[in-house]
Design a protein around this ligand. Structure first.
Ligand code: FAD
Length: 348
């Protein structure tokens, strides 16, 4: 019954979009509390660079989906917006969402590419669906080029913690090309005056026996800018000694700069800072205008998360610390002496 209802709705959609030979990307648009994630806006920009149609997929519960669809349909470069509403979609649980995505990509699907930000949910969702369709998925791309003549797409992506860039080509034999996008490599799609993407509802696919249930989401509340999108970041490492000195040293500097606070993994593991603040290979990847690394040695795993920052300022007691190899401005000094002086100067 559900299946037939779904197919009915999907066929209506398929008629609107006759099978296309030019690229047609389906972008999984993530949102939180009714606001589209900025990393998904970067994924849209990447999808637009394929040079064809771009459809966004918005899922969620009835409280937020209509508002997100309203925001989405005004975005530059978006051809259409599909939305599916269900209490099951309140949180993007991959096991619950993958049947919906799989259905959208089955039968006479118009989609040639499936795109999302490199988010926690998408890292599980896209490979899961790609595997079911027996096609490869390319993760964390930083550039792309689509060749319309031979229907191949070439991507670049960082490997070995960003020490090498791999070039990967999905050829025409891959019918649907899946990729996730490193958000720092693409600007966020903007609202465009007069833009009005077509909107279409898609029936949810019920998954009564999901092996994974969402239990709760705990979000660390902060009045500071979001680390992922802040234009200035002040980060501290193991040298900050403990949670109290981390807070009393870094937070006043972050406040005076209007900056987000980040941390090395050593600082997070030692309990100085919440793990949502970790920058690096296994934390967040940031590329702000200003990145200040205070008492951070500059291990490659940390550099992987911040070395694309526009201006890197490092303070370290050790003149041989690797962080100085990527720093634009380096100061060999004790951070506990330098930071209070810096705050005073900035206040003036
Ligand atoms: C698989 C894997 C994934 C990882 N992922 C990440 C990741 O995502 N992010 C990450 O950060 N790390 C990651 N790491 C850990 C990484 O290898 C380093 O261990 C970590 O980054 C070190 O943190 P740190 O620079 O704060 O500490 P340390 O390496 O101990 O450096 C502390 C620095 O502070 C300086 N210092 C000490 N006192 C002062 C002072 N008073 N004033 C100024 N400078 C001072 C020291 O000279 C030293 O350079 C990962 C490791 C592995 C194996």
């Amino acid at each position: 019954m559900l299946r037939s209802r779904y197919i009915q709705c999907y066929r209506a959609f398929s008629r609107t979009y006759a099978t296309a030979t030019s690229p047609h990307a389906l972008v999984f648009l993530e949102h939180r509390q009714g606001v589209i994630d900025s990393s998904s806006l970067s994924a849209l920009t990447a999808a637009e660079q394929l040079g064809g149609k771009v459809t966004a997929l918005v899922v969620g519960e009835s409280e937020h989906v209509p508002g997100v669809v309203e925001q989405a349909k005004k975005l530059k470069g978006l051809t259409s917006v599909l939305h599916s509403t269900s209490p099951q979609y309140t949180e993007p649980v991959p096991e619950v969402l993958s049947p919906l995505l799989e259905k959208l990509l089955s039968e006479s699907s118009p989609f040639t590419h499936v795109v999302s930000a490199t988010s926690s949910a998408a890292k599980s969702l896209l490979p899961r669906v790609a595997a079911r369709l027996d096609v490869p998925a390319v993760s964390d791309i930083i550039s792309l080029e689509h060749n319309a003549e031979n229907n191949s797409t070439t991507f670049t992506r960082p490997i070995y913690a960003g020490n090498a860039i791999a070039t990967v080509r999905a050829s025409s034999s891959v019918p649907i090309k899946f990729f996730t996008v490193r958000s720092t490599a693409f600007s966020a799609a903007l609202v465009q005056d007069g833009a009005e993407a077509e909107v279409q509802a898609v029936d949810p696919v019920d998954v009564p026996d999901s092996p994974t249930q969402h239990v709760k989401t705990t979000i660390a509340k902060s009045d500071r800018p979001d680390l992922g999108v802040a234009s200035r970041v002040v980060s501290g490492g193991r040298a900050l000694k403990n949670a109290d000195t981390f807070a009393s040293t870094l937070y006043p500097l972050a406040d005076v700069l209007g900056a987000a606070v980040g941390a090395s993994r050593a600082a997070v593991d030692a309990g100085y800072a919440d793990n949502s603040l970790q920058v690096g290979q296994t934390g967040k990847v940031v590329a702000p205008e200003l990145y200040m690394a205070l008492g951070i040695s500059g291990a490659i795993q940390h550099l992987a998360g911040m070395k694309d920052s526009k201006l890197i300022v490092a303070v370290n007691k050790d003149p041989d610390a690797p962080i100085f190899q990527v720093a634009d401005v380096g100061l060999v000094a004790d951070l506990f002496e330098v930071v209070p002086q810096l705050i005073e100067k900035l206040k003036q």
